[in-house]
Ligand binder design. Sequence first.
Ligand code: C2E
Ligand code: CA
Ligand code: CA
Ligand code: CA
Length: 279
Amino acid sequence: AKAKGRNNYQFFAQELAVLSSYRLSLRNKLKTAIEEEQFSLVYQPKVTTKENRIVGVEALIRWKLPDGQVIPPDEFISAAEDNGLILPISDWVFEEAIKQAKAWSDVAPSYFTVAVNMSARQFQQPDLVENLMALLHKYELPTRFIELEITESMVMEDVESAIRILARLRKLGIRIAIDDFGTGYSSLGYLKSLPIDCLKIDKRFVDELFKSKADRALVSTIIYLSHVMGVQVVAEGVETEEALKLLDDMTCDLIQGYYFSKPVAPDDITVMLANNDTS
Ligand code: C2E
Ligand code: CA
Ligand code: CA
Ligand code: CA
């Protein structure tokens, strides 16, 4: 048993060494990526459930190495949160998204928004609001064009302080969305104290819609509660017409997902906006 234990330990130590050298090389690659601007943003439309009219887009980061290899955000965002590089990356994302939103602000309808994912570290920065306002000022973009997506778990980290920050941002005219709703540990009861405009139901729940009556009841309840509180609801990761129909029956306001469009380059969004029925 002892020998086996040691073997396990050696195996574990080896795994750890592999993991930490992977992290280290990822860190170095991320540093270069920031310096050499290897990132880009793609945008995924959010559309009305009924008419499939575009009301906004979500900015999603892409990282392409010089050798053509693409690393998905799920693989580097959390590592960047851990090693602190998320701050310069987030700065780049925000500036790029605001620049693009400014370009669209002339051709898009007045209710059009560009949603940006907020990182956990960024949300903890004491000068978050000032930095954001300075950027909006630099590009002369009215605050109403920007929506910030904040995950449920980021809010639950420190609810009181989150509420204060969100209320400040909203007062300035920035829209707030709760991302990945249902994956964290908050109770539905928290919903009523959060100063938010929009709630995004996580793809996990959308995928389960056809599994059981209980799953459908859960989604219906979230939509109902949100509406009572004047909060708009987006279903994430909608891939099929069946899901769209069911969500429409449940009076879900907006959908986002491959059913309508994958995340695409900014020029593709410009074309979609030109064809958007705004009547
Ligand atoms: P998220 O914010 O929940 O973004 C939604 C993810 O679902 C995106 O993955 C999107 O491409 C994907 N998606 C959308 N519709 C569908 C669908 O119908 N089916 C399927 N299977 N997937 C769909 P992506 O772009 O790989 O991003 C993954 C996560 O990485 C994001 O989840 C977000 O947490 C993070 N992320 C992405 N961009 C940024 C960024 O600029 N800043 C920060 N802080 N995080 C980001
Ligand atoms: Ca998001
Ligand atoms: Ca999400
Ligand atoms: Ca997610």
